[in-house]
Write a protein that binds this ligand. Structure first.
Ligand SMILES: [Zn+2]
Length: 334
């Protein structure tokens, strides 16, 4: 079977655990009908470069990894289809539209501008071409993620989803916190504790901190559509957004890998292993109780809310109990 033009999906060869990862913004295949005014080099600054590669060993730990093949500058699979910028179109949009904060910033479903402020198009887009982007790229991608989550949940009675991104080292001119602010090594987003259990956020945060990284939760990125759409912690469906700081692994201007790439790759592999073990325990637990997930572990509530309301897309925090034997001090402060 040839791969779908919108995404790749890699499944584990042997042991399977209820864990699905997805990388919606690392795609590099620019469709021929894009028609931007900006040069490719500039558009590529919007990519979450190499994120699919950084998480590529996930299937060896029993997880499924889905990655977009198309670039986010073309259409953003981490947006609701309602979040459409009708000012980009040459005719009225025939469906429902409910532009949100992202569209206001110019980075909704179809981006109007780069985060440096340059307009991506010197033309209007036709309704037909936008519909095509939705039906051929956006919807198949979201469906691939949903199908993987549904299948795991059906089988194990629980599913854990890690939505993987990378972020610029500094905030940009359209960032809610203002330009030029340095970001943490990792930012976890659970939309203020609504998309996964507090325990899961804490697990991921503690694991990363144990590896020497500084981690923030819901600040400034809380997570957007992909962690919102399919999560339901009370039904044991847990989604967490993870943002990796690009300075840890690449030169942002040239997009070349930096010296830290291999070490980060190894640390992410350890993180995924820890998360996979956790997911396996939760899943078997749920199964052992005959799919009665109504009790026991208190998923879902009781997160400390961290209050920052930046309304941006990334965040989270989990922290628990890993005997990390690898304690390399703080290998990673750049
Ligand atoms: Zn991203």
């Amino acid at each position: 079977m040839s791969p779908h033009p919108a995404y790749t999906r890699n499944d584990p060869a042997e042991r399977v655990v209820p864990l699905v990862l997805d990388s919606p913004h690392s795609g590099t295949e620019y469709p021929p009908d894009f028609g931007p005014v900006l040069p490719l080099e500039q558009l590529r600054q919007a990519e979450d470069s190499y994120v699919d590669e950084l998480f590529a060993t996930a299937p060896s730990h029993g997880a499924t990894l889905i990655a977009a093949r198309f670039p986010r500058a073309y259409i953003d699979p981490n947006r609701s289809i309602l979040d459409i910028d009708t000012s980009l179109l040459d005719a009225p949009w025939p469906g429902p539209a409910q532009a949100g904060r992202k569209t206001e910033l110019g980075i909704g479903l179809i981006w109007r501008v780069m985060d440096t402020g340059e307009a991506i198009y010197a033309r209007k887009l036709s309704v037909e071409e936008v519909k095509r982007r939705i039906t051929q790229y956006h919807q198949p991608y979201q469906k691939a993620v949903k199908d993987a989550l549904d299948a795991a949940h059906k089988h194990f009675g629980a599913v854990y989803h890690v939505n993987c991104h990378s972020m610029p080292a500094l905030s940009s001119r359209i960032s809610e916190e203002g330009p030029g602010k340095p970001r943490a090594d990792f930012v976890l987003g659970d939309r203020d504790g609504t998309t996964c259990s507090a325990e899961f956020t804490a697990l991921v945060a503690a694991t990363l901190r144990g590896l020497g990284y500084d981690v923030k939760v819901n600040d400034p990125y809380k997570g957007v559509e992909l962690v919102r759409a399919f999560s339901d912690p009370l039904s044991n469906r847990h989604s967490l957004q993870v943002e990796v700081n690009r300075r840890l692994y690449m030169h942002e201007k040239t997009r070349e890998r930096a010296a830290g790439f291999a070490q980060l790759h190894e640390h992410i592999d350890r993180l995924v292993r820890v998360v996979a073990e956790y997911a396996a325990q939760q899943g078997s637990h749920a199964c052992a109780h005959g799919h009665d997930h109504g009790h026991g572990h208190d998923h879902g509530h009781d997160h400390q809310h961290h209050g920052h309301d930046h309304g941006d897309d990334h965040d989270h925090d989990h922290g628990h109990d890993h005997a990390h034997h690898h304690d390399h001090g703080h290998p990673h402060k750049h």
